[in-house]
Design a protein around this ligand. Structure first.
Ligand code: EPZ
Length: 418
């Protein structure tokens, strides 16, 4: 098992280029099985979840080749519609393959991807969306048998704007004759990126970014060469690192409009944040101020994937901050270890009340999920003394060599065997 050894107290400052978005690339990799030609994904992030997804595609018959930041996918060999349990369980995002497998082969067998550290992660909305497209679905003993032989365009309404369920329907409908509509669709930037990718393959999707998406099925999709959007969560994480250590940072390869809720909160905490066309620059105050409250919500609300990092920032801010996690039922797993580092946090259900302390102290802590682990790294950078963050394989799921990025920005952080 690997860990990060961190010697806190160094300011995070300098310039860094932000990686492409994990949560854009994963559905794009799933959609890459739809066309009749080869797909090239440029600037593909070098992260564990991408490798896991590429491995699943390989097992389904789609050759994937990684070369110098480019991922090549040849979907011609797709012949398996069954996704065995050991594949489904590898990463939760395997469920994103359900729609495209049905779109291509009209049949699919998957198992429940299972919950993770942040929640039970049901897939009822995914199945509701596919049933609205005429897919007959039988669930038996944890296995989901899907028959899409009579699939057709349909009208889908989501009780909750689920990102994955929206993306699954977009991919399932891309090759279906007729126009499929998705009402109360997720509006995240990564959903727009999936629309742009499908359209780059010759698809006809419109409305992504609004609550109504229309997918006009086409007869076939062709290959494409595509660069995903930058990772707004990786960007926000680096901004928090500078904010918490009294540093100064300039990020390139970012889309400032994707960071509005995060930069608004950081400004409320006393940071100076300047947006460029594809850059964001932040200068931290001597000491952060508490934000009054932070509520996570579907986009354009505050992104749940930045909650843990902002909670860590609140731990060292002057004053009391209130954080409410509205999206996932168990996404405060990082609180216990932050308290062991000296933070003053009270949790009641999905609400955390954080009273800032003058400083944290180094400690050995454990990542329990991707973003909670990132938050512990930020706390360790800001703490006095040495920390070890264990189970950083969870952090590697979504951040490209985080220790290298932070070292280049002045942080003292080393990857160690535990
Ligand atoms: C995507 O997950 C992201 N993952 C998550 O990022 C992100 O936190 C989430 O969207 C919300 O923005 C990827 O894109 C790979 P949801 P997804 O379906 O699609 C409930 C990270 O750290 N729900 O919008 O699974 C669900 O339980 C990860 O990068 C149902 O009830 O999110 C949750 O409470 C974590 N039934 C809420 O909706 C369903 O069928 C939001 O889930 C589906 C979801």
């Amino acid at each position: 098992m690997e860990g990060f050894r961190v010697i806190g107290g160094e300011k995070i400052r300098g310039k860094a280029r932000v990686q492409s978005a994990k949560n854009a690339v994963l559905p794009i990799l799933a959609a890459a099985i739809l066309p009749e030609g080869e797909i090239v994904i440029r600037d593909c992030p070098d992260i564990r979840d991408v490798y896991a997804m590429a491995g699943i595609l390989g097992k389904l018959g789609c050759a994937c080749q990684w070369n110098a930041g480019k991922m090549r996918i040849d979907p011609a060999g797709l012949h398996h519609w069954e996704m065995p349990d050991e594949l489904s369980k590898q990463i939760r995002s395997s469920i994103f393959l359900l729609g495209p497998i049905l779109g291509r082969l009209r049949r699919a067998t998957v198992t429940y991807p299972g919950g993770c550290e942040i929640g039970i992660r049901p897939i009822d909305l995914h199945l509701k969306g596919l049933r609205a497209l005429g897919v007959s679905i039988v669930e038996d003993g944890g296995v989901i048998y899907c028959d899409g032989m009579s699939m057709r365009a349909g009208d889908v309404y989501f009780d909750y704007p689920s990102v994955g369920a929206t993306e699954n329907v977009m991919m399932a409908a891309a090759l279906l004759p007729g126009v499929t509509t998705v009402h109360n669709a997720a509006r995240e930037p990564e959903v727009i990126d999936l629309q742009d990718f499908i359209n780059a393959m010759g698809g006809r999707v419109r409305g992504a970014g609004t609550q109504l998406i229309e997918i006009e099925g086409v007869k076939a999709l062709h290959g494409a060469d595509y660069t995903p959007i930058p990772d707004r969560i990786a960007a926000g994480t680096l901004l928090c690192a500078a904010a918490m250590t009294g540093g100064e940072i300039e990020l390139t390869n970012v889309r400032p409009w994707d960071l509005v809720p995060v930069c608004d909160k950081l400004r409320e905490m006393g940071c100076r944040v300047i947006d460029g066309r594809s850059t964001v620059a932040l200068a931290a105050p001597e000491r952060l101020r508490a934000f009054s409250q932070l509520q996570t919500n579907p986009h354009p609300g505050f992104p749940t994937d930045m909650q843990a990092q902002m909670l860590a920032a609140a731990c060292v801010a002057e004053g009391t901050s209130v954080i409410v996690e509205n999206v996932f039922e168990n996404r405060l797993t990082h609180v216990a270890d932050l308290c062991r580092m000296g933070a003053d946090i009270r949790v009641n259900g999905r609400t955390a009340v954080v009273t800032g302390v003058p400083g944290l102290h180094g400690m050995t802590v454990s990542a329990r999920d991707l973003r909670g682990g990132a938050a512990l790294v930020l706390a360790a950078l800001a703490a006095k003394g040495e920390s070890t963050v264990e189970h950083i394989e969870l952090v590697d799921r979504g951040y490209e060599r985080l220790e290298e990025t932070l070292t280049a920005l002045g942080g003292k952080i080393f990857r160690v065997q535990r």
